[in-house]
Design a protein around this ligand. Structure first.
Ligand SMILES: [Zn+2]
Length: 186
């Protein structure tokens, strides 16, 4: 497994155990996707579509997004598996800030609700995920920042953390979990 995939896979295993990546049991829809920027510019590796249920992924579950057309809502990938439908938002973020190297999109109902309640950085609820509108809204919310986390009010349970490495993005989520997550209820 290539080094870049390993870095993602390490964090994916942690986030999977915390329920931030997984599959909704009733409708069997996978959620959560992680990506890492690789050369050349604005190219990134991302977890493939519908892989959420798996605790560990193999190289073939990752794919490389080489280009996106935000207006046409299409992602061009080279890999054995289709990229997550949420790749466009990742692309928009990478494109708008070259120092962002890793983007972790997770789902978590309690963290999502608490981030909204605490009025943390958010994308308004009338912006649906996977659209040009969302890509534009994401660019706005990250403006001037190299790392951070925001909640998508219009995307149930959806949160995005980003930073200059997998470590940075991953630690932002762990901190969020420690501060707002279900453990504090114990
Ligand atoms: Zn999502």
């Amino acid at each position: 497994m290539a080094e870049d995939v390993l870095a993602l896979e390490k964090w994916r295993a942690i986030l999977w155990r915390l329920g931030m990546i997984g599959e909704y049991p009733i409708d069997k829809v996978g959620y959560g996707n992680l990506s890492l920027r690789v050369p050349p510019q604005d190219t990134f590796i991302i977890t493939g579509t519908q892989t959420g249920a798996l605790p560990h992924l193999k190289r073939e579950h990752y794919t490389k997004v080489v280009n996106c057309d935000l207006k046409k809502n299409s992602a061009q990938a080279s890999g054995p598996i289709a990229p997550s439908s949420e790749s466009l938002t990742h692309y928009a973020i990478y494109k708008s800030n070259p120092s962002i190297q890793a983007i972790f999109h997770i789902h978590h109902p309690q963290l999502w609700q608490k981030m909204i309640d605490e009025k943390m950085e958010a994308i308004p609820e009338d912006v649906p995920y996977g659209t040009l509108q969302m890509a534009e809204a994401a660019k706005l919310v990250i403006q001037g920042k190299d790392e951070g986390v925001f909640v998508m009010k219009g995307h149930q349970d959806g949160i995005i953390a980003y930073g200059s490495s997998c470590e940075v993005a991953g630690k932002i989520l762990l901190k969020l979990y420690r501060e707002l997550g279900p453990l504090e209820l114990l």
